[in-house]
Design a binder for this molecule. Structure first.
Ligand SMILES: *[C@@H]1O[C@H](CO)[C@@H](O)[C@H](O)[C@H]1NC(C)=O
Length: 223
């Protein structure tokens, strides 16, 4: 009996630790905190301050930001991401959520990137064949071919990508992210097109390439 109680308590504490570890943004202490986004910003905090709750209205909790397709032609990789944020959806402040609309041209690629502050769940709204993938910290690759209606999850902080295998038809996916400010770091840009540049010697050694390779990759990426 004592061992049973003991293992129950242990299990309970493990459960608490797990709940604590997977928590996303800090829990709000009020029903909502409609973001005050008007400048000037006179003090800085983790997130945005709230407007007076008495001034909150339904329009603070709705957005048309995701209703229009992003232009994929302007991007050499053929993708365009539209995000909700506290400016187009002020009611999302402190709720730990972001939605993303990702338009992907035929054979378009959302290149390998991470969101340091969010896991992401994605659903294919339009598209016959999308390759979704992420890499875990042991460099194991997980990929799945997705059709319309299929969903996929990218664990927080891990490098992931989406590729439209269909060369003609554009694709549309919608994602939910577990932070109001997920952040995005493209593996290519975070190494080859930083401002200022990472010294060539470092990139040469890290990627086992020569100086010409470094210049060529920088140029190709518009850096
Ligand atoms: C994404 O699409 C919008 C709307 O068409 C456009 O204004 C923006 O420049 C595009 N972004 C990129 C990176 O191509």
């Amino acid at each position: 009996m004592a061992t049973l109680t003991c293992s129950f308590i242990l299990f309970f504490y493990l459960f608490l630790i797990i709940i604590f570890m997977v928590r996303s943004d800090p829990e709000p202490l009020q029903d909502y905190c409609v973001a005050q986004t008007q400048p000037p910003q006179t003090f800085f905090l983790n997130g945005a301050p709230c407007i007076n709750p008495a001034d909150a209205s339904p329009s603070h909790f709705t957005t048309t930001a995701l209703s229009k397709a992003g232009d994929t032609a302007a991007n050499p990789l053929g993708f365009n991401v539209t995000l909700t944020n506290i400016r187009n959806l002020p009611g999302v402040n402190t709720l730990g959520l972001t939605m993303a609309r990702v338009d992907i041209a035929g054979n378009g690629l959302v290149p390998p990137h991470t969101h340091p502050r969010a896991s992401e769940v994605t659903i294919v709204i339009k598209g016959s064949s999308l390759l979704a993938g992420f890499v875990d910290t042991s460099n194991r690759l997980f990929t799945q071919q997705l059709r319309e209606g299929d969903a996929f999850v990218f664990p927080k902080g891990l490098i992931h990508f989406l590729y439209n295998l269909d060369s003609k038809a554009p694709a549309l996916i919608i994602s939910g992210l577990t932070s109001q400010n997920p952040g995005a770091q493209l593996a290519s840009a975070a190494t080859f097109t930083t401002k200022p540049s990472i010294p060539d010697d470092i990139l040469k050694k890290a990627f086992q390439i020569n100086g010409q390779d470094v210049s060529r990759i920088r140029r190709n990426l518009g850096g």
